[in-house]
Design a protein around this ligand. Sequence first.
Ligand code: ADP
Ligand code: MG
Length: 535
Amino acid sequence: MGDKQPVYILPENVSRMIGRDAQRNNIMAARLVAETVKTTLGPRGMDKMLVDSIGDITVTNDGVTILEEMQIEHPAAKMMVEIAKTQEAEVGDGTTTAVVLAGELLKNAEKLLDQDVHPTVIVKGYRLAAEQAIKILNEIAIHIEKDDRDLLEKIAITAMTGKGSESAKDLLAKLVVDALIQVSEEGIDSIKLEKKKGKSISETELIKGIVLDKERVHSDMPKKIEDAKIALLDCALEIKSPETDTKVNISAPEQLQAFLDQEEKMLKSMVEKVKKSGANVVICQKGIDDVAQYYLAKSKILAVRRVKKSDMEKLSKATAGKIISNLNELNEEDLGKARIVEEIKEGKDAEGMLYIRDCPNPKALTILIRGGTEHVVDEVERAIKDGLGDVAAVLKDQKIVAGGGAIEIALARKIREFAQGMKGREQLAIEEFALAIESIPKILAENSGLDPIDIITELKAKHDAGHQYTGIDVENHGVGNTFEAGIIEPLKIKTQAITSASEVANLILRIDDIIASGKSEPRMPSGMQGMSGYE
Ligand code: ADP
Ligand code: MG
């Protein structure tokens, strides 16, 4: 860069880059993002260690986590991060695939740009290819029954492979499938992931209820309640509001006493209302006054306070209780049910946690994640999220594909056939699109220590001979029928990745002018500073 002087038709602090320079700059930045996550793809992918400004460390293999922590600033690079976020939101897995694909599409587009193919032609070719790809994928996809536990567990295992949970992947896959089958129509948002370090991953468990990172508010309250009847309150068991506080005007000691008596009476009556409903557990989203705590404890009611709104909603689903905003409206039929509510402390100095468990037919659940260290439980959580995302996606559209690059080889093959029927330079773009798709098995091979060229050649030969489920079986170190090997993914991962990768690649290709204002230095957006390879 720097061989062309910017033309100053704009204020001095606005910098501008046009034409090929702009394209090159954007493509470079976007590709760097893809290069960064590329080595993490697949079960033998490497991990990244991310250290933030205050020294906190994250060790992960998860595409979206890496990109979010990187604090990327370059505008085109940020668009790549958006792909990962969209993929995460839509499927919950496949983030690396989506970003790598966009990077490859841009890399191949650059080849065409160098051959003077106009960007609009590339964009058109890519768009046609992407549309065709979605059609082809839907044709190749395999139907699965919603109660096919065996396949569902394989999908969860494929999602979690290589994510630091290897030792317990069968157990975790079972928990993931159990959880989703139990909450089915309520979906993935009703599954709470709670982490607890200590013990091993294999002690991760599914709790038919909710686990809260909370202790009871008063030590005289019971630690354990059986046949719990739970009042879910989003009103405070307090009376003071800032205004009344300041308005109270007390001039004599007896007035103060009267005031305190009055307050105590009101709090006591609040507790009476709770008691009258038959509740023996109170879970409160707001505060609970000391006096109310005392009376609750006296009535042998277990209470916790300041519970998150999202947890209140899950509790409502798990226990079938109704969240009440006005104590006067609290009735017995509003109470949630659980066979056991119990505060458990593991170890003397550990923080207690409240288990609301064995709810009858719960529509919300908790997976309590265990692992030796914080880094381990964090990575297991990300693995479980991928598993949940994939199984949920499959339960929705009931369509799966063979992983380990099998689907990509099959798809690239069909896209090339499609390209044959096209004329002119768009054909070139469609062929480059097919090549980009093929980069997924190529990188999988590379990351597994296999020779990518040999492997791709072998895979293509197998597919030409009609074996459309042949892919890379990393565990068995070679080429094989990945569907039979249980390497199975949701169709949705692939369609979503292709859609967002090609959209973003096209968006970036269409830009031929970067006007950056507000920065004092006369350089181009430089958010990738500190990343090697740029400038
Ligand atoms: P992403 O963020 O895109 O999900 P991953 O690191 O999870 O990236 O890797 C996903 C890729 O790994 C998919 O292409 C999937 O088919 C492949 N894969 C998963 N398990 C295996 C396996 N046992 N052998 C070969 N490939 C696998
Ligand atoms: Mg994955």
